[in-house]
Design a protein around this ligand. Sequence first.
Ligand code: UDP
Ligand code: MG
Length: 154
Amino acid sequence: MEQTLVIFKPCTIQRGLFGQITDRFERKGLLLAGIKMLWLTDSILDDHYSHLKDKPFFGRIKASMEISPVIVMCWEGIEAVSVVRNLVGPTNGREAQSGTIRGDFSMSVQENIIHASDSLESAAIELKRFFEPHELFKYEMLLLSNLYASDEIV
Ligand code: UDP
Ligand code: MG
């Protein structure tokens, strides 16, 4: 099973979309392995968005992520990294297809509802950034045989 990191951005908390967005992950059949609320800081964001540090809008993105607290989650499932990225949709909410989270809830490139890890490697790094090992819970999804074929479960 893969695990991936999702961050509900301040825009999502402010707009009261926590329940509706969480529902997307639950109904897909992903398992919630960890969740917490925290306030992001410049130093966490310098690491988390280091691939954007030379962009002119880097300061603006960081400021938007520090407006209010965020909620971070670890979702688990087979191929969870790509499954979650597909649920989320492309960066620009205006271009994201209807049916995706960004396509249904965002009109913006920046205010685009959630962050999701883009590869298995970044998921591992990002999960370590936000969760201590004891904050990620190992438990069985009792409906596993309703969600996957026996040869899909590893
Ligand atoms: N972002 C932005 N303008 C851009 C590119 C990115 O404001 O031209 C913001 C946006 O909030 C995005 C985040 O920076 O979600 C991280 O960018 P990335 O390219 O990693 O996009 P993502 O993986 O979130 O789709
Ligand atoms: Mg990214």
